[in-house]
Structures are given as structure tokens and as C-alpha cells.
Design a protein around this ligand. Structure first.
Ligand SMILES: Nc1ncnc2c1ncn2[C@@H]1O[C@H](COP(=O)(O)OP(=O)(O)OP(=O)(O)O)[C@@H](O)[C@H]1O
Ligand SMILES: [Mg+2]
Length: 269
């Protein structure tokens, strides 16, 4: 099991104020290669949980185990290993890429840090492979983040995360800033990660149709807790809590809708 999380809490602290519990106690497990979608209204704590899982914030309580080890008890070396194993892709991908580095330089640096055993030629070959995996043309290699579109930046940021060969990718709203056709390609990329590389994904998304389409399991977050979680089909088809019911009521079954559209467009013999 990659993650075993029980009653995890995350708080924001400011001087002179009581801590604000943005995550008040969530529990879930995530197996190798599984995809967990986290949905819920704005302010429910999704990004806060994602930040804590990527060690950008500490947990304030509960138990979070990664491969059986409590992360709060990690040694320095374990923390470093965890940071490699658990990669994050942000909504604002451009902001997470170094503006002064070309895409090639950024990927090359990541490879040099994480794979010191690779020589220049092997890094070059790996960069070409990563680019292909992320669906980017080699022309972007010598461009800087500001010269790329939102979708290209998002893919470059995926390529960089994949360069590290993580076991888990935490993606916080990776497609909400992109137009629909680009969204579809990024989602295919996410599915490809799981199918072909066995990378587990924690996907935070506003777009419920996206989650339904991509994730094995879904958690519905509300005011810092998971109101409901389980296999995507169960949660979407028969939500139990009133909150999940109201949130999920209007979500179309994307796969069915796409299949119907494809069937309608198929040339008739
Ligand atoms: N830096 C911060 N300091 C204090 N409180 C914060 C901070 N960042 C977020 N919060 C609060 O924590 C709660 C959860 O915020 P979070 O960003 O995790 O929500 P979210 O579910 O990701 O929302 P969205 O869907 O809008 O991205 C909110 O009430 C928010 O106001
Ligand atoms: Mg957020």
C-alpha cells in the first residue's frame, strides 16, 4: 500500500490567532497505480491536503503512512526519498517552472539531480522520451516557459515530474485553466501514466466529469473532511450523503456521452 491515511489534519497558523483546521480529519488508502480523485467545493481543503501530502505543509494530527512508514517520523534521508517518490503538478504550471531555464535545461537539471548515474547522451535520450510521453514537440525544448501556451507549460511540468520516476503524482487542478481540447489531452496523459507506467495519481479537480472519467476512486471533500469516498462508480451512481448527492447530481456520464457521440459520428456503411 502506498498511502494509509487516518484522521489526518492540517492547520494554518498565524500569530495571535487560533490555528485554522483546513483539513479536519481525512482517511483513505491508495494502492500502487491507483487513481484517487478529490472533489468538493472551493475552500473545502483539497489544496491544503495536497500540499501536506507533498510536504509543503506539516500534518497537525492523525496518521499518514507511506509504504508502511509514518511520514512524521521520517529521517532526513527518508524525507528526501519521499520527495522524489511523490511529485506534484500544480494548476499554475508556468509558475512552477523556472522562468530562466529553457525546457531542455529544466529537464536536464532534474535528471542530473535525480539520476546522477546518467551521462549526457542518456539524459538527452531520456528527455526525448519524456517529451514524447507528455505529448510535446521537440521544438519546445529550446523555449522558455513564458514562450509556451498554458497547455504546453502543463505538459512540460508533467514531463519534469515524470523525469524523477515517481510512484505517485499529486495533481492539483491540472486542467482547469486549459481549454477543453487541451484538457482532454492532459487527461489522456494521466490515464497513460497509470496504465503504462503504473504511477498512482491523486487528482484534485473541480470538474466532476473529469474525475469520473479518470479515477478509480473518489473522495468528496466538504469543510475539511471526506463526506464520502469509494469506488468512482459507486460514489457517482449512488452517493449516500446529502452533500455528495447535491454535488454529484448533475454530472453526466462522460464515457457514455462520448461513446454515444462517437457512435453518432461513425460513418454508416
Ligand atoms: N495560507 C492560508 N492561510 C490561512 N488559511 C488558508 C490558507 N490557504 C487556504 N486557507 C483556508 O483553508 C481552507 C481550505 O483552502 P484550500 O485552498 O485547501 O481549499 P480548496 O478546496 O483547494 O479550494 P479551491 O477549490 O478553491 O482551490 C479555506 O477555508 C481557506 O480559506
Ligand atoms: Mg485548491
Amino acid at each position: 500500500m502506498l498511502f494509509e491515511v487516518e484522521d489526518a489534519k492540517v492547520a494554518y497558523r498565524a500569530p495571535g490567532r487560533p490555528p485554522f483546521m483546513a483539513v479536519r480529519g481525512v482517511s483513505f488508502t491508495l494502492g500502487e497505480g491507483e487513481t484517487l480523485g478529490i472533489v468538493g467545493e472551493s475552500g473545502s481543503g483539497k489544496s491544503t491536503l495536497a500540499k501536506a501530502l507533498t510536504l509543503l505543509m506539516p500534518f497537525a494530527g492523525g496518521s499518514v503512512k507511506f509504504r508502511g512508514r509514518e511520514i512524521s517520523a521520517f529521517t532526513r534521508a527518508e524525507r528526501a526519498a519521499y520527495r522524489r517518490q511523490v511529485q506534484m503538478v500544480f494548476q499554475d504550471a508556468a509558475g512552477s517552472l523556472n522562468p530562466r531555464m529553457s525546457i531542455r535545461a529544466a529537464l536536464d537539471e532534474t535528471l542530473r539531480v535525480h539520476h546522477p548515474e546518467m551521462d549526457r547522451a542518456r539524459r538527452g535520450a531520456r528527455i526525448a522520451e519524456l517529451l514524447d510521453r507528455a505529448g510535446l514537440a521537440s521544438a519546445v525544448l529550446d523555449q522558455y516557459p513564458r514562450e509556451l501556451s498554458g497547455g504546453q507549460c502543463q505538459r512540460a511540468s508533467f514531463a519534469r515530474a515524470l523525469a524523477v520516476e515517481p510512484s505517485v503524482l499529486v495533481a492539483d487542478e491540472p486542467v482547469s485553466a486549459l481549454d477543453v481540447s487541451v484538457q482532454a489531452r492532459i487527461l489522456n496523459l494521466l490515464r497513460d501514466l497509470r496504465r503504462n507506467l503504473g504511477i498512482a495519481v491523486i487528482l484534485v479537480a473541480h470538474d466532476l466529469a473529469v474525475v469520473r472519467n479518470v479515477c478509480d476512486r473518489v473522495a468528496v471533500m466538504h469543510r475539511g473532511v471526506f463526506e464520502e469516498s469509494g469506488p468512482a462508480a459507486d460514489v457517482f451512481d449512488s452517493p449516500r450523503s446529502d452533500y455528495a448527492k447535491s454535488l454529484l447530481a448533475a454530472v453526466p456520464d462522460v464515457k457514455r456521452a462520448l461513446a454515444a457521440r462517437a457512435a453518432a459520428q461513425a460513418p454508416t456503411a
